[in-house]
Design a protein around this ligand. Structure first.
Ligand SMILES: [Zn+2]
Length: 427
């Protein structure tokens, strides 16, 4: 184990978290006007926070708050103590500016080194870092962690595929940090150059920064003959290194919960949800100095489990992020994520990648209709496809689909431009 805390008994972890939450809330309250006002409005004083269980009394922080406090209104450290700035890519709205003290950078190096070790990377090995360097946290976050672990970093950054392949081969690289889509692109590019991607020296790839499905992971593992490890992080909390899968079990990402405290809440009500239930991931930083973050609504949908892991780590695990709260539909009072329906549909070869979900209200009752297309060269009949999808949806949804239709190829309207609309809410 890279650090003992990863296998600490729950009571020890709880004590660490409680101490650190108290410090975090006090620091935020004393140094950030935004948090002072929010806590005062909620009638909570830092003295009221005694243990980690009191976290549910604290107000949430949202993406909009980062935007309103742009650029550094949420900073809790003096300018001269901030050593580095990063920023999120800002696909919607303003960039979120984040800052790090010297201690924050050390925490980041530690959690990244820990994450790489959990992924199976060892000191003395060579790791190529294809995450982008710059304001994006991916590049430098990985870079520092690789060095901290005692491995050799090859800082290729994003792009320059010919150069990436050359380095991978000539430097006998053991592990690669990359987005999942770029892994697949590299494999294709190798083939085009007459290199069998399975012959590349790589044994591990650490994939993150964009969502992917299990079939995509299998495709990567197969194409490159590697173990593909899922890593999660976000700039608002620190960058990559918030949670990572262990190579031993590859069954959910261990959250570095001595630094980041995770909760799952119902996206509509904000009420905490128990282990195993999917909802919005909320994260609180427990050691950040420059930018403490209290109950940040990540918008990512996942679930948690405290069950023991085969690797011996005792930290809570989060499931692969399966969607965003933006695709939450409420049907007859039950939460349904369009992304989970999509997962079922795209995993079946005989179904074309076009589908639609229609929601109606008849009287006081919601109804949900799903339409999928049978692929041109499908082996299964429309009836077989219907029954297969029906039974899979039955397993994953807490609500019945009122009408499931399998229509011939080409029948669902194609959209030429813009973001594809899948959900049509007629209620
Ligand atoms: Zn594990």
């Amino acid at each position: 184990m890279y650090q003992d805390i990863e296998t600490a008994p729950r009571s020890e972890l709880t004590d660490v978290q409680s101490d650190r939450l108290r410090e975090t809330v006090r620091r935020a309250y004393e140094n950030v006007a935004f948090y002072r006002e929010r806590l005062d409005d909620a009638g909570v004083s830092p003295d009221d926070v005694e243990s980690i269980d009191d976290i549910t009394t604290l107000p949430f922080t949202r993406k909009e708050h980062f935007e309103a406090q742009y650029p550094d209104g949420l900073f809790a450290a003096d300018h001269e103590d901030v050593r580095r700035i990063h920023a999120s890519s800002g696909t919607t709205g303003k960039r979120k500016i984040v800052g790090y003290t010297e201690n924050d950078l050390q925490v980041w190096r530690d959690v990244m080194a820990r994450s790489l070790a959990a992924a199976g990377v060892e000191s003395g090995q060579t790791v190529q870092n294809a995450y982008g360097y710059g304001l994006f946290t991916g590049g430098l976050g990985f870079h520092d962690g690789i060095e901290e672990l005692g491995a050799t970093v090859v800082p290729t950054g994003g792009g320059n595929t010919a150069g990436q392949l050359e380095m991978l081969q000539d430097l006998d690289v053991d592990a690669l940090g990359s987005t999942p889509s770029y892994c697949l692109y590299l494999a294709e590019a190798a083939e085009e150059r007459g290199i069998d991607p399975r012959d590349l020296p790589l044994s591990t790839v650490i994939i993150g920064a964009e969502p992917f499905t299990d079939p995509m992971r299998e495709e990567i593992e197969d194409a490159l003959d590697v173990t593909a490890i899922d890593i999660y992080g976000l700039s608002e909390l620190i960058g990559p290194g918030v949670s990572v899968e262990c190579a031993d079990a590859q069954d959910g990402m261990h959250v570095q919960e001595d630094h980041f405290y995770p909760e799952i809440v119902d996206p509509k009500t904000g009420e905490p949800l128990p282990d195993g239930e999917r909802g919005e991931l909320v994260l609180t930083s427990l050691t950040k100095e420059a930018l403490p973050v209290v109950r940040y609504r990540t918008g990512d949908v996942t679930s948690l489990t405290h069950e023991e892991c085969a690797c011996g780590r005792t930290t809570v695990r989060m499931d692969n992020v399966s969607g965003r709260v933006d695709d939450l539909l409420i049907v007859r009072g039950v939460n349904v994520y369009a992304s989970s329906i999509e997962e079922v549909v795209v995993e079946i070869d005989d179904v074309a990648p076009y589908y639609r979900i229609d929601l109606y209200r008849e009287g006081a009752l919601d109804t949900m209709e799903i339409t999928v297309e049978r692929h041109e060269n499908a082996d299964r009949s429309a009836e077989e496809i219907h029954d297969l999808i029906d039974s899979r949806l039955h397993e994953i949804l807490d609500v019945t689909v009122d009408d499931l239709s399998v229509v011939p190829y080409g029948e669902i309207d194609r959209q030429e431009t813009g973001k594809v609309q899948r959900v049509f809410d007629h209620r």
